[in-house]
Design a protein around this ligand. Structure first.
Ligand SMILES: [Zn+2]
Length: 114
């Protein structure tokens, strides 16, 4: 009786440990795929082996940390702010890299011709 109870207790502990192991496993996969560590943990913890499979299948998170230069555009501006007339052209100065409005002949920052 006592022995059986001890065995079931150990089994229970083992089960819980395995459960957490799944959570940690999921978290590791999620972390490698640029997802949140805790997201992977929750998926692995709640989904078990199914959650692990899901984490293996999903594609890596392509979202990168916010980069102020990601919206960098050169030349033609496809979204003119003025409603009608010729669309505004924005150029990038070859000397200093600042944005120069199309009507400007010279860079206002470094006086280089654009
Ligand atoms: Zn310049």
């Amino acid at each position: 009786m006592f022995g059986a109870e001890t065995t079931s207790t150990w089994l229970y502990i083992l089960l819980v440990l395995a459960w957490f192991a799944f959570g940690y496993w999921g978290a590791t996969i999620a972390h490698k795929k640029q997802y949140s560590f805790w997201l992977g943990f929750v998926v692995g913890f709640l989904g078990g082996i199914l959650g692990i499979v899901v984490l293996y299948i999903i594609r890596p998170n392509k979202k990168r940390p916010a980069n102020p230069h990601s919206g960098e555009r050169t030349g033609y501006d496809p979204a003119p702010t003025g409603a009608k007339g010729a669309p505004r052209r924005t150029k990038v100065c070859n000397m200093c890299g600042n944005l120069v409005e199309g009507k400007e002949q010279y860079c206002p920052y470094c006086s280089e011709r654009v």
